[in-house]
Ligand binder design. Structure first.
Ligand code: NDP
Ligand code: X2W
Length: 326
């Protein structure tokens, strides 16, 4: 039984990953943690999330003593914390030899120089960063097995990369165009005006400047145009992606490229049929649908995931299971 501590457990992804780990017979929830001054410290998780009525674990403050206890008793920590918090915690636990599964963006670029621009901090831990691997589960299983610091991908990059990576050899240099809509849980649990009920109305944001653009480009190996949108629903992401393919590409070649997923039980690919957010919400699945126009060489691919599941917590669980060979 692997003992797992979850830090940031009162947040949307932290609570979700707690429920997933609790349901795994080979994993045990060691403890749930929030910041030392959290307003929620001492509360039971189910008092914040009545839907998890079976999860009575108390949210504990992450004191120095608690951190040292985690190091001596746990096989892994899940960091469901903000990038700037994960930055330090991941390096600290990594240095102590505990496997780290970080849901934030603090370790997703191996190039240190990207962090000031996209995350607003200098990356102070080059040693930990050099050992971090990108936890896109269907693509990087071998490195996830061998690394002790796994940077679980962002929600939009997960939806986008699962759709685009099979096509990498077929693309022209024309930039793929990704338009994606996310539910509001993507912004986390803490109250902000722009995510409050009366303020949310379908609109693009972060245009030509969202940090997931370089994350997608880095892990695809090709620049992209990425436009996220905030939609007035709770969970899910739908990315609709237009890609120019090399002259002479056939539908059979595209089918062949997506056969990459024939042994991936969570990825469902359909031709000429497009996915819906409601079909993946609350699941670990990714639904892909594509249509190709041989006359223009353009393919449109739809990719739907649940941002809190495949876009964060269930992908973290996949990484934990791959890492520990479960
Ligand atoms: N929401 C989503 O769809 C996705 C989120 N992510 C990433 O996952 C991470 C978590 O996101 P999300 O669950 O939405 O965030 P939330 O804002 O919902 O939760 C953040 C959690 O971190 C805790 N926390 C804050 N500061 C500290 C600290 N110093 N030490 C310990 N715990 C702390 C908070 O509790 P308290 O403040 O009370 O201490 C809370 O439990 C982020 O990095 C996010 O970018 C990734 C993919 C998708
Ligand atoms: C709707 C919404 O606000 N979504 C978040 C993305 C959440 C995510 O994937 O998280 P990372 O920050 O860990 O990459 C955003 O655009 O910032």
């Amino acid at each position: 039984m692997k003992q797992i501590a979850i830090i940031g457990a009162s947040g949307y992804t932290g609570a979700q990953v707690t429920a997933l780990i609790e349901a795994e017979s080979s994993l045990a929830v060691y403890g749930l943690y929030v910041s030392e001054n959290s307003l929620d410290k001492g509360k039971a998780l189910h008092s914040l999330y009545p839907q998890y009525s079976h999860l009575s674990y108390a949210l504990q403050p992450l004191s120095e003593t608690a951190k040292n206890q985690i190091v001596s008793d746990c096989d892994a920590v899940v960091l469901a914390t903000d990038h700037a918090v994960s930055l330090h915690l991941a390096a600290w636990f990594f240095a102590k030899g505990v496997a780290v599964f970080d849901l934030s963006g603090a370790y997703r670029f191996s190039d240190q120089s990207q962090y000031p621009k996209w995350y607003g901090f200098e990356h102070a831990y080059p040693e930990a960063l050099s050992q971090a691997v990108y936890g896109l589960a269907e693509w990087n299983a071998e490195s996830i097995k061998n690394a002790k610091l796994i940077a679980v991908p962002g929600c939009y990059p997960t939806a986008s990369l699962l759709a685009l990576k099979p096509l990498a050899d077929l693309m022209t240099p024309t930039l793929p165009v990704i338009n994606a809509v996310s539910g509001v849980t993507g912004a986390g649990r803490k109250a902000q005006l722009h995510t409050s009920f009366c303020e949310v109305s379908l609109t693009p944001y972060g245009v030509l400047g969202h940090r997931h653009q370089p994350e997608i480009a880095t892990h695809l190996g090709q620049e992209v145009i990425f436009t996220p949108h905030l939609g007035n629903f709770k969970r899910g992401i739908l990315a609709t992606i237009t890609v120019s393919l090399k002259a002479g590409t056939t539908a059979q070649e595209i089918e062949q490229a997506y056969r990459k997923y024939e042994d991936s039980p969570l990825i469902h690919v359909k031709q000429n049929e497009f996915p819906k957010v409601d079909d993946v919400a609350h699941t670990a699945n990714c639904h892909l649908g594509w249509k190709f126009d041989p006359d223009t060489g353009y393919i449109v691919v739809g990719s739907a995931i649940d941002n809190l599941m495949k876009g964060a917590s269930s992908q973290a669980l996949q990484c934990i299971k791959i890492h520990f060979g479960l």
